[in-house]
Write a protein that binds this ligand. Structure first.
Ligand SMILES: [Zn+2]
Length: 467
């Protein structure tokens, strides 16, 4: 009897040990081989082998609105084209968050149950879900304002670097990426696949006056910023003639006044007092010609002026024309840095990942590289930018309950109508927290200053959702 009992116990124990050993072996195999396949480069289509084992995780906005999901082996984007560039697509290569978070979206949530199901019933694992910093309220408002226009808009929280909206136009419907692929890639006139917020390179136009002003302030540190000039609406050099907008004669101006009114002739004269080297240093400190502190694919901003260039090329560069090129992302980062008292936070889209039970797996934290400018300097620029709204070229953005600062820009474009820019920030009155920064470009938005109309919609959401 005792022997028989022992035998039963022995058998049961052996079975358990056997199963346990199998499981351990599977875990070892899984961790050593299958997991390695996870971290393959996002553009590698051979990653599909892993996609056969794991159900790609879902993607949510900051308010848990669903932006991407997988149903019956098909990737679905319930918001259609609204997040085409930000969330991207996962077929035909991977873009946007689908590329950025690929490892996590395919990171199998394996526990004893899921391992058994995978090993013995051939069931797929579930990947992690991703919650983004993007806020559908901003994204939807921006998309509505950009309807029928070309360009890019990006909205950032300066204190953290959280990206609240990232919208390029025109876009495409990622649900139909396979069917539409040929026409999308062949449409070189509209380039709908291009994420204009991160990869669209544009002349900055007058928003570059922020950088010319900053170079002047940095070069004359501690001294009175008393450069004065009498604008007659036009300035003529050896090989050029540059006018103010509508040939307006702005009259007697100091730095503040010239900035509010975006006076071209003043800034040409101001630029001549700064060395090219110093302007270049300032531009490069802000990220021109250098990699940006950012994880997604983007185009690098260019500042190419050299000392030997013609007087015309120099004059043009001081007012944001010439060969200088930048992206909405970069301009939003600079606006954000100024609003954040000189500290540039790393812009980011991934807030956290979680498993299907809602337990957080990876939390992405705000990061910063360095203080780009002194707090005092940032505050001078903040004042200059709020002046543009309170008494300058962006007066239509004036609001009752919030303070808005920024810089308008009209970037000349040889082939068609000028591009319309606005970059800036907003804050609640009597409050130093919860600021917002943004950059908007409307291609060929020209004289109507269309970028201001789009910014106006961003400000409405900002006021509406006051924390
Ligand atoms: Zn002028």
């Amino acid at each position: 009897m005792v022997d028989k009992n022992r035998k039963i116990i022995y058998t049961i124990t052996s079975i358990f040990i056997g199963m346990f050993a199998l499981l351990i072996l599977y875990i070892v195999y899984f961790t050593a081989i299958k997991q390695k396949q996870i971290s393959v480069h996002p553009y590698n289509t051979r990653l599909n082998t892993l996609e056969q084992e794991v159900i790609r995780g879902d993607i949510y906005d900051a308010n848990m609105k669903i932006l991407a999901t997988t149903a019956n082996n098909k990737r679905e984007y319930p918001k259609g084209s609204l997040y085409a560039h930000a969330v991207g697509y996962s077929q035909r290569g991977k873009t946007g968050v689908e590329a950025l978070a690929n490892t996590e979206l395919l990171y199998p949530d394996y526990n004893l149950v899921s391992l058994f199901k995978n090993a013995f019933a051939n069931e797929k694992f579930e990947g992690r879900d991703i919650v983004l910093t993007l806020d559908d309220r901003y994204q939807a408002a921006v998309a509505k304002a950009m309807k029928g226009k070309k360009g890019g808009v990006i909205v950032i929280e300066p204190a953290t670097g959280k990206i609240k909206a990232m919208y390029g136009s025109p876009g495409f419907d990622p649900n139909n990426i396979n069917q539409d692929w040929e026409s999308l890639t062949q449409d070189t006139k509209n380039s709908p696949l291009l994420n204009r917020t991160t990869n669209g390179l544009y002349p900055p136009g007058s928003i570059f006056k922020i950088i010319t002003a900053l170079a002047y302030i940095s070069e004359n540190k501690g001294e009175n910023l008393d450069f004065m000039y009498e604008c007659t609406g036009k300035i003529t050099g050896d090989d050029y003639s540059i006018q103010c907008y509508n040939k307006t004669a702005h009259g007697h101006l100091d730095l503040m006044g010239a900035f509010y009114k975006s006076c071209n002739t003043y800034f040409v004269k101001l630029g001549e007092t700064i060395s090219v080297k110093s302007l270049k240093n300032t531009a490069e400190k802000l990220g021109f010609n250098h990699p940006l502190y950012f994880d997604m694919d983007y185009a690098r901003s260019k500042f190419q002026l050299v000392e030997t260039e013609s007087p015309f090329e120099k004059a043009a560069t001081f007012i944001g024309q010439g060969k200088t090129l930048t992206t909405p992302l970069h301009m939003a980062m600079i606006a954000s840095c100024i609003a954040n008292d000189g500290v540039m936070m790393k812009p980011y889209l991934l807030d956290y990942s979680m498993n299907k039970k809602g337990s957080v797996k990876v939390k992405y934290l705000p990061q910063y590289k360095e203080a780009i400018m002194e707090e005092e300097t940032a505050k001078v620029l903040q004042d200059m930018m709020t002046g543009v709204v309170s008494e300058g070229t962006a007066a239509k953005l004036k609001r009752e309950n919030i303070i808005v600062g920024g810089k308008t820009g009209t970037a000349q474009n040889e082939t068609s109508e000028d591009h319309s820019w606005f970059m800036g920030f907003a804050k609640y009155k009597n409050e130093d927290k919860n600021k917002l920064a943004f950059a908007v470009i409307v291609e060929n938005g020209g004289k109507g200053a269309k970028a201001l109309d789009v910014t106006d919609k961003i400000l409405s959401v900002y006021e509406e959702i006051k924390p």
